[in-house]
Design a binder for this molecule. Structure first.
Ligand code: 3PG
Length: 410
């Protein structure tokens, strides 16, 4: 577990506290309405509620989307939703660090909250600079001059070396918020001396990330087995020398992942028997599911799921596990005929007594859709940051908070 200060180490009553949360949510491209409020709820019910109840003057910083993208929208809806969650007003201020924002901050009373304009409206927000460089920006200087404390709670944005992510940590006494703590505690439980056997179930479309994660968890003795499915399963299967057939090989080519095969081979040779690939698959014959053994490959049809034998083999490993990480569904679960692999594997994870951690947008959506949300031990609200963490990278915000704690600047 990284070492940094938390809300337990500070007295916030009457203090002006800047809080960086991650409210970035899926948005309907047509109506521009937020489609899911998981992150708003998570921060609202923990860190923001606590700060407000303890009498802090709470100034919330958050981003939504990327400039130019359809989900780059103002944060007024987020403020409204947060206010419903907290049961008290949260004023949206359509300014980030100009006169309007500064006046709103000065006028705050104990326990009150405001949400400032999308941090990505500041043109240099996403420039990757180190904390000290960002701390010198006008944005950070102006807001920091009005605040007593910075609380970083946006674990899911902690992999970005952005101004509002790392800049304030270099400029103000800084601590981690409750979501940051919670995510890191859960992740540390599976990455630092996990209870064994420890398995990683890697599916979904991002085969390149799966390779990086596999490399980290196998080379460092974290995982006992890596079970592959989805496009990850395709690629790892191809690395064993299996020709998957035209549509499937074309998919891998389109995703530009075929050149990862030598690296996968090397990893498999280094850890014999530890990386499991499907032994059978489900192909899509005009909407119909047909299961075939990998001995019957290549196929002219698309592979959309793992087959029954693979499911059985994986479930046996899952049943014996004491720690499980799931990132990416094993099949195209959105299509009923091809949801079997995802359903049965995720049910086995939910039934197991292991500490189970699931993360990533599609994985979490599948877990919720299957009604298994309450049965897994921990659901991470992070996407890219989770992947980075699982690959063993030091996240810039974590590094900055650790440095701040060393200086004991609170
Ligand atoms: C996320 O949703 O993963 C974070 O908010 C980071 O967003 P980004 O990938 O646009 O930086």
């Amino acid at each position: 577990m990284p070492r940094f200060l938390t809300l337990d180490d500070v007295d916030v009553k009457g203090k002006t506290v800047l809080v960086r949360v991650d409210f970035n949510s899926p948005v309907d491209p047509e109506t521009k309405k937020i489609l899911d409020d998981t992150r708003i709820k998570a921060h609202g019910k923990t860190t923001l509620k606590e700060l407000s109840e303890k009498g802090a003057k709470v100034v919330i910083l958050a981003h939504q989307g990327r400039p130019g993208d359809p989900d780059f929208i103002p944060l007024d809806q987020h403020a409204k939703r947060l206010s419903e969650i907290l049961g008290k007003p949260v004023r949206y201020v359509d300014d980030l660090y100009g006169e309007e924002a500064k006046r709103a901050i000065r006028e705050l009373k104990e326990g009150e909250l405001i949400l400032l304009k999308n941090t990505r409206s500041y043109p240099d927000e996403r420039k990757s600079k180190n904390p000290e460089e960002h701390a010198r920006s006008e944005f950070v200087r102006e807001l920091a001059s009005l605040a007593d404390l910075f609380v970083f709670d946006a674990f899911s944005a902690a992999h970005r070396s952005h101004a509002s992510v790392v800049g304030f940590i270099a400029a103000l006494p800084s601590v981690a918020g409750r979501i940051m703590e919670r995510e890191l505690r859960a992740l540390s439980r599976v990455l630092e001396s996990p209870e064994k056997p420890c398995i990683f179930i890697l599916g979904g479309a991002k085969a390149d990330d799966s390779l990086k994660i596999s490399r980290h968890v196998l080379n460092n003795g974290i995982a006992d087995y890596v079970l592959t499915g989805g496009v990850t399963g395709h690629l790892f299967l191809a690395a064993t020398g299996v020709d998957l057939g035209k549509p499937n090989m074309e998919l891998l080519e389109k995703q530009k992942v075929l050149d990862l095969i030598p690296g996968i081979k090397e990893l498999m040779a280094r850890h014999p028997g530890k990386i499991r690939v499907p032994v059978d698959v489900a192909i899509n014959i005009e909407g119909r599911r047909k299961e075939i053994s990998i001995r019957d490959l290549p196929t002219e049809y698309s592979i959309l799921d793992i087959g029954a034998k693979t499911i059985k083999e994986y479930c046996e490993i899952i049943r014996k596990a004491k720690s499980i990480v799931v990132s990416g569904p094993p099949g195209v679960y959105e299509r009923k005929e091809f949801s079997k692999g995802t359903k049965e594997i995720f049910e086995a994870v939910a039934e197991s007594e292991a500490f189970s951690l699931v993360g990533g947008g599609h994985t979490v959506a599948a877990v919720q859709e299957l009604g298994l949300g309450d049965k897994v031990s921990y659901i991470s609200i992070a996407g890219g940051a989770l992947i980075e963490f699982l690959t063993g990278s030091k996240l810039p915000a974590v590094a900055a908070l650790e440095k701040a704690a060393e200086k004991k600047s609170v």
